[in-house]
Design a binder for this molecule. Structure first.
Ligand code: SAH
Ligand code: SF4
Length: 379
């Protein structure tokens, strides 16, 4: 077989790995054990060479090496923000490009993972929304973003590492490019690989999936993965939400909140995060804040206020700091804690809603505008 045609084991689910080993002739009664061993090499230790898999019989290692690789997603570019945020650009096998962002904070590190190349939805404040959907990512390409980031951050090691608190990627958010609930099967498969306790081992409580509100897919995703849910709400009336998040015309606020109330396991220990982008003069009044609090009454919730991140040609501006504070105060007084999300990585266009893969090249004028925006509004 041509070397370039060998598939990679990296990104496979347990079922896929099992099938791959069965094809190589591993006897049925050994499959479970072999899957377990190789799983741990792939996802707990980040092995890059079959020869390091010392507890796997040499004959099987050779057969694996002959038919498979341990290749990662190809990193086309890595950019470092002045606040420590990293943005990775990955080139996929068919040449498509996708972005992943790592955001280090005190005591934790969050990896923001993409689910699609581009997005079919067209939220008016989102840069990704201006890029047409190219395609869904496979489960392996979604899991592969985390594997490649662990490589780059030298974040491999056995379980003790998670327990000692020295892990670099402690949280994953499905908040990169794309709408995860329009690629539900692949996203669910990837999240189940990431949360597998014998592998990448992320707690389900530290994985958050954000959706713009694909109502019919919400319950199923909850049942299949058990991860945390975030809803991109952004408006308190259907009239405004229809404009900001056009998907609202199909699934209005009432239906969306009904789906939230039915979220599996919803409780104070497993609250839903409501994301609310702060748009100057559009959705940021005191009356909006009060309506928001009323709307969410009875749903165990966290509210995450996101300062609007500018991008070239965006039709909005970010609310003033004083306005955001006044809005936050009303939300706080209603009992919701720490609401304003600090923008990260704006200088490298890595902040929420700024991702748009370089497959669509920026013009010099766009670059200049992005720079100005980052300087004027970044930290
Ligand atoms: N498609 C999913 C997940 C990706 S977007 C969703 O829409 O939920 C992640 C978050 O960033 C969403 O809450 C989105 O509304 C928000 N966002 C998009 N563009 C933004 C911008 N320019 N500034 C701030 N937040 C933005
Ligand atoms: Fe797509 Fe989310 Fe951007 Fe809307 S906010 S266009 S759903 S990526």
């Amino acid at each position: 077989m041509d070397i370039t045609e060998k598939p990679s084991l990296v990104g496979m689910t347990r079922e896929e790995l099992r099938a791959a080993l069965a094809l190589l002739g591993v006897p049925e009664k050994q499959l479970r054990m072999r899957v377990g061993q190789i799983w741990s090499w792939l996802y707990a230790r980040g092995a890059r060479d079959f020869d390091t898999m010392t507890d796997v019989a040499k004959t099987l290692r050779d057969a694996l090496a002959e038919n498979y690789t341990l290749d990662r997603l190809q990193m086309a570019e890595a950019q470092l923000s002045n606040d420590g945020t990293r943005k990775y650009l990955f080139r996929l096998a068919d040449g498509q490009l996708v972005e992943t962002v790592y955001i280090p904070e005190m005591g934790r590190g969050t990896l923001c993972v993409s689910s699609q190349v581009g997005c079919t939805l067209t939220c008016r404040f989102c840069h990704t929304g201006t890029q047409k959907l190219v395609r869904n990512l496979s489960a392996a390409e979604i899991t592969g973003q985390m594997v490649a980031a662990r490589d780059d951050l030298e974040d491999w090691g056995l379980q003790e590492r998670s327990n000692s608190g020295s892990r670099k990627i402690t949280n994953v958010v499905m908040m990169g490019m794309g709408e995860p609930l329009y690629n539900s099967d692949n996203v669910a498969a990837a999240l189940n690989v990431m949360s597998d306790g014998d592998g990448l081992s992320l707690s389900k409580r530290r994985i958050t999936l954000s959706t713009s509100g694909v109502v019919p897919e919400i319950a199923d995703m909850g049942a299949k993965t058990g991860v945390m849910l975030a809803i991109s709400l952004h408006a308190v009336t259907d009239a405004l939400r229809d404009e900001l998040v056009p998907l609202n015309k199909k699934y209005p606020i009432e239906d969306l909140l009904a789906a939230c109330r039915n979220w599996p396991g919803l409780s104070n220990a497993k609250r839903i995060t409501f994301e609310y982008v702060m748009l100057k003069g559009v959705n940021d009044s005191d009356a909006d804040a009060r309506a928001l609090v009323r709307l969410l009454a009875g749903i165990p919730a966290k509210i995450n206020l996101i300062p609007f991140n500018p991008w070239p040609g965006a039709p909005y501006e970010c609310s003033d700091a004083a306005r955001m504070q006044a809005f936050a105060d009303i939300v706080n007084r209603a009992g919701y804690a720490s609401p304003v999300r600090r923008p990260r990585g704006r200088d490298i266009m890595a902040a929420c809603g700024q991702l748009k893969s370089a497959s669509v090249k920026q013009t010099a004028a766009e670059k200049k505008m992005a720079e100005l925006a980052a300087r004027g509004l970044g930290r």
